[in-house]
Design a protein around this ligand. Sequence first.
Ligand code: SF4
Length: 483
Amino acid sequence: MQAQYDMVIESDADSEPKTTGMKGSRKLFVKSFGCQMNVYDSQRMADTLAPEGYVETATPEDADLVILNTCHIREKAAEKVYSEIGRIRRVKEAAAAEGRRVLIAVAGCVAQAEGGEIIRRAPAVDLVVGSQNYHHLGALVARAERAGKVVDTQFPIEDKFAALPAPSLAATRARGVTAFVTVQEGCDKFCTFCVVPYTRGAETSRPVEKIVAEVERLAEAGVREVTLIGQNVNAYHGEGADGRPWSLARLLARVAEVPGIDRLRYTTSHPRDMDDDLIAAHRDLPQLMPQLHLPVQSGSDRILAAMNRRHTRADYLGLASRLRRARPDLALTSDFIVGFPGETEADFDATLSLAAEVGYSAAFSFKYSPRPGTPGAEMDEQVEDAMKSERLHRLQETIDRSQAAFNRGCLGRIFPVLFERPGRYDGQLVGRSPYLQAVQVRASSAMIGKIAAVTVTEIASNSLFGALAEADAQEPALAGAGA
Ligand code: SF4
């Protein structure tokens, strides 16, 4: 399961080609919901449509094609998509009144799960495309333009990634100095609360050489930090140059050799797939940042078994200790679900005590909500919503305390910060610490894309404030983090 957020794929109109190939310029607005996988997919959808003459725009009002790249993880996901479609339908009607045609496409996990039902409920939608089919977007959009409604949610035989065009250097540069690269898709774990195995299909891994080629291209465009992503990324087993399956640890070591890539991360991991080599990579690979998202979901063995997580509380705590022995400054983050069917007060206390024992630097926590078609939705002993809310509040207090303690420990320290973009105020930049905290610093925009030593001077709930440190003032312990 991935950490969730909403994102709009925005464009830098000055750095994008106005037209591509022989086709006239049309405008594309992609709204991405959910996890990093969807953000990556949204960018690749834009890449797929660029040869068709589509350039990205920041608002649906001037778009010729609107794609909603949906997520099915959160509660009432489908209802939220229908309400968003309602908003875009009004944009479509306004454009039609001016004699302009706007197509609406729904992509991603809700599209995969709902299929043609989306068009039945929302006739303004022209195209429904599943998460494994968007490499055909150009042809599907053309068919929708010609023939009306199109639905494609089959799991195809061919490799989607092999068919996707490489993004232009201009498009890659406009996306910034950090990038996601999907290396793995799908999941075979079948946690009883989760729709991913049904919407994304079985685990597949991209070949090593394709990933390395993509990372080399990103480095050429100025990317300094790459996050390898997958629904269950540490189950990676893609084919290496030797024709054998490579582990994620081996892939990370290979990607770390790409010149210009100073920082690596990976997400999202399952505790069962953290093997010895991957733990050792946290000790041995200086480019691998000391932060790991390792979802636990519950601290109760009884609930972990009901969730089909296939690990115990002791397994998880043992893993956290081994990781911290390998990399003592490792910051752990996690996902929690409270109020899973059958969760008692004792089960929940076990979750609270696990969260306190691990001492997370941050964590996402959610109330359990049944997903149609998953075993959890059919279970007896569903927990009342008021109880879920009350437990969620208590868990979040525990997480907030450990996050605040972690951030307090950063005060006065010197970190290598990768500057990513301008801050909210003139003369301010936002960068990331090795622990993935946002750090706001007064610095020249010429520093974007550079890694510099920053002294942390102030902490807020969601970010740190800092000042550029003297050139020779970097903490030796973090010197390997790509500065
Ligand atoms: S490991 Fe479990 S929670 Fe994560 S994607 Fe697979 S089924 Fe979903």
